[in-house]
Each structure stands twice: as C-alpha cells, then as structure tokens.
Ligand binder design. Structure first.
Ligand SMILES: Nc1ncnc2c1ncn2[C@@H]1O[C@H](COP(=O)(O)OP(=O)(O)OP(=O)(O)O)[C@@H](O)[C@H]1O
Length: 309
C-alpha cells in the first residue's frame, strides 16, 4: 500500500505537486492520470525517494522508501526505460542488479521468460527496440518479486501488441494481490486497465474514484441534432438554457436539455429536424473536460466550435 498525506513539491516559485493525499491499494490497478506537466513523474519520484518532498509525506507499507530494508523486494518501478547501459546484454544488466541487491540469480532467467526476452537475453541492449527496452525495464522492476509495482507511462511509443501485453501484465499482477500504480496522460489507456483512478491537474487532486464512478459522474449525455437551420436551432437551445456546439460535420451537439425538450422546441418553432439522437461522451472527452483548465499548453483544435446565437 502506498499512502501520501499532504505531499507537496516546489521547484522555486513553481509548485509541481500540491498537497496530494491518496492511498494506492493492493489487488487492483490504480491509474494515475493527468495532462503533461501535471506532476505525475514528480509524485512517483518522491514515492521512490528520488526527490525529497517540500511538504507532507509518502510511505510504502508505513515506511518512507529510504527506510525500506530490501527496496527491490518491496517495490519495483519502471520510470525511464532508457536508463540502461547500452553495452550490456539484458542478462548481464539484470544479473548486476540481482547481485547488488542480494537477489537470487535464478530470478534473472525467470523474469526474462516472463517478459518474453529469453531469446535475446545475451544480445547488447543497445540494439533493442523501444518495446524490448520497455520489457527489459519491466523485467528489472519484477526482479525482486515485489508486492508493489509502479510504472510511469509504460505504453508510450509501443505498438498495439506491446500495449496489450503491458495491460494484461498489469491486470495479472494486480490479480495476484499486488499493488499496481501506473501513470498515463491518456484516459483511453486507463479505461480498460485500471480499477481505480487518481486524476491530477497542476499538481492537485481532481478525482479519486473507481473507473465506474468516473464514468457515471463525468460522461455527460449529449443530443445530436441535424437540421437544415442549425443557427435557428442553436438560438432556441440557448434560449431554453441549453448549450449547442457544432460537431464539425454540420450537426449540433446539444447538452443540458433532454431529447424530448429539444424535439418539442423544434416542433413548437417550426424547425425541421433530420436527426435527433442520444450520444454518450467518451471517457477521453470527459477527462479532457475535467482537466481542461489545468492543461499547461493548449493547441488550437479544428471543429468543436461553440455556436454563437
Ligand atoms: N527538476 C525540476 N525543476 C523544475 N521544475 C520541474 C522539475 N521537475 C519537474 N518540474 C516541473 O514540475 C511540473 C510537473 O512535472 P512532472 O514531470 O512531474 O509532470 P508529469 O505529470 O509527469 O508530466 P509528463 O506527462 O509530461 O511527464 C512541470 O511543470 C515541470 O516543468
């Protein structure tokens, strides 16, 4: 179990992590979500004792990381998959780690098998693809057979097969009763993997809930309306207290009014309708909406334009 209380990190004027309090529990995958620069890596580095908090504390099974007797047997982490000596083979790299951490040599072959690198184990890591490097980083995290595993953006740059493999691995590690904490800036990656979500923005906690609760609370329903007179329809919607945006294909997406109310408005005002259908916003949209005000760098997006009436 990982527990943070009032965890804070400031770099000069900048507060990277702001009073975070949370618990990461065993037996489930906890997704740590936030836009770029939200403070995920900084939080993970503090959990692992690589950065010192400015305020608050974080413990692993009740102890700060630096006080753990056998860190690699208790916590395994993948922070930066490229942090490997390129001249070494995968086998040699893991063997060095095992020897310096007092772990049995047989674990090296076990984890190489587990991550599917047994056949290339004697080749230099320098020639490894991104996916192979990622697998080697995961092998290192698993070497001490730890109860707690942390992965920082583990699927970045991986192909669909690699992504599926990591997803299934995380789920099976959690099913064995381990604590699995994984960061991502994409909701779509967490949607099918995580049981619990911690969502942060600008270093602050925005949501701490199950995936189902997140869906129930944030996936707003919208109604798609196609009409030959979208400007008039948008005026009627706005006048009735609703919100209308165009979807880039000429249709209106209306929120905050029921489908029945929109149909009645059109009928009462003689606006011809070609489509009236209910849409469920995706979880990715809900996440973007929730963190919108905390994103550091915005890019202009075509479409999704607000209709002024
Ligand atoms: N060593 C540092 N010195 C100064 N500022 C830092 C340092 N490390 C991180 N920051 C700042 O702290 C904030 C949080 O960064 P962090 O890397 O933890 O975010 P993140 O959520 O992991 O983002 P990403 O998804 O882009 O990796 C950012 O604004 C970043 O610029």
């Amino acid at each position: 179990m990982i527990e943070a209380v009032g965890l804070t990190k400031r770099y000069g004027e900048r507060t990277a992590v702001d009073q975070l309090s949370f618990t990461v529990r065993p037996g489930q995958v906890t997704g740590f979500l936030g836009p770029n620069g939200a403070g995920k890596s900084t939080t993970m580095r503090m959990i692992l004792g690589l950065d010192t908090p400015t305020g608050g504390r974080v413990t692993i099974d009740g102890k700060p990381f630096r006080q753990l007797d056998n860190p690699m047997r208790e916590v395994g982490a993948l922070l930066d998959a490229k942090a490997i000596h390129g001249g070494r083979s995968a086998h040699h790299h893991l063997l060095c780690l095992a020897q310096t951490n007092n772990l049995p040599k047989r674990r090296v072959d076990e984890v190489l098998d587990l991550v599917g690198l047994a056949e290339v184990a004697r080749k230099r890591a320098k020639g490894f693809s991104l996916g192979m490097g990622q697998r080697l980083g995961i092998a290192a995290a698993l070497l001490g057979d730890p109860k707690i595993l942390m992965f920082d953006e583990p699927v970045n740059g991986l192909d669909p097969e690699g992504i599926l493999w990591i997803r299934n691995l995380m789920k099976s590690l959690a099913a064995e009763g381990r604590t699995v904490f994984v960061s991502s800036h994409l909701m779509s990656e967490m949607e099918n993997t995580a049981d619990h979500l911690l969502v942060i923005g600008r270093g602050r906690m925005i949501a701490d809930c199950t995936v189902q609760e997140f869906i129930d609370q944030n996936s707003e329903l919208a109604v798609r309306v196609r009409t030959p007179d979208p400007t008039r329809m948008a005026e009627l919607v706005t006048g009735a207290g609703g919100r209308a945006v165009t979807d880039g294909e000429g249709a209106l997406l209306v929120s905050e009014l029921t489908m029945d109310r929109i149909g009645d408005l059109a009928f009462d005002n003689g606006v011809r309708l070609h489509e009236l259908s209910l849409l469920q916003a995706s979880l990715e949209q809900a996440f973007m909406e929730l963190t919108r005000d905390t994103v550091e760098y915005h890019a202009a997006v075509p479409g999704g334009r607000e209709v002024s009436s």
